[in-house]
Design a protein around this ligand. Sequence first.
Ligand code: ZN
Length: 382
Amino acid sequence: MNKKKNQKINIKRIKRIRRIKKSIITMVLLGVVLGLMAYIPINIKKKALIARDVVASEKFKDDINVLGTFNRLREDNKSIYASDEVSIKINSEIEEILEELKNGVTDKVKELVDNLNSLLVDVSAGNHSELEQLFNKLNEDKMTGFTQEEVKKVNTLMDEYNLLIKEQKYSEAKVDLEDINTYVKEVKKIVETRITKEEYDKKSTEDEKSRKATYINGILLVNKKNGLPDSFGDAEDPKAREAFEEMKKAAGKDGLYINAFSTYRSFWTQNRLYWNYVASFGQEPTDTFSARAGFSEHQTGLGFDVGGADRSLWANQEFQYTAEAEWLKNNCYKYGFILRYPEGKEWKTGFVYESWHFRYLGEEHSKNFNNNNLTLEEYLGV
Ligand SMILES: [Zn+2]
């Protein structure tokens, strides 16, 4: 009996356990379903948010690139040079971009930055080719007579230039190139002075009897490189005198008195004059204002030293400030004369500025010298 009772109780318990198991499974399944129902929409939403972030960050990257390009272009603009017209165009494009940027990095900004970019690329390319042309021209220039030190300085400047070109710093490269140009020009003048001095020393110590006068295109040339034999010339040139008298008359009409106080000088007069100066001033200073015998234009009879009413200013540096000197400078060419030793051309003529020394050339040639500081050497291409 007891055994039967126990069996009954066991069956009941098993049934209960089965019920409990069933309800647990049902609850778990229900939980899973509910979980999935909640998870799926959240996940979809999250994915959508991520996708939106990706788009936004791509746009952000794009905008940063545009701004970066714009800043780089503004920097590049400092490294180039352009005509006023182009500079104005570049600056107004930059202003326009800055204005448009107030609305953010719009499509218009992108378009404007692209335009600016192509404009600057064009200008840079133009700078590059122009500078290279100038540089090549300068490089072809022969630096004959330059000292080692002078050549070294040119090379240093050229190295600097090459570095700047490499870095695309065109405006700085241009300045450097201009420096080289100026320096080479200056040294050339020094070289010319040096060569002239050497030739002068050589030629003036040669036998004056065997020297021959130099004519270029029919024009007699006397300077430190071209002397005259001692026998050359005996008086002032009559044509030159006639022209001077006409010039004197014209000056008179303008209320100015002019006088030719020294014209023809013989080889021996010049010799005495020169050595007297040397005794007073020394040879080197004398060589800047007085010619050695056989190298004076006065021996040709074509050189006229002209002064005004004030005798104290004859052959005086102060003469250049007088009304007579001004008149002569502006009008001499009309009468066949040229100012033979112009200001700033000492390196070419070998003599200091002489506002009083005029050379008769004839109107046919003198008209080409209309107050332009041209020297006879330059006119004759020597
Ligand atoms: Zn003179």
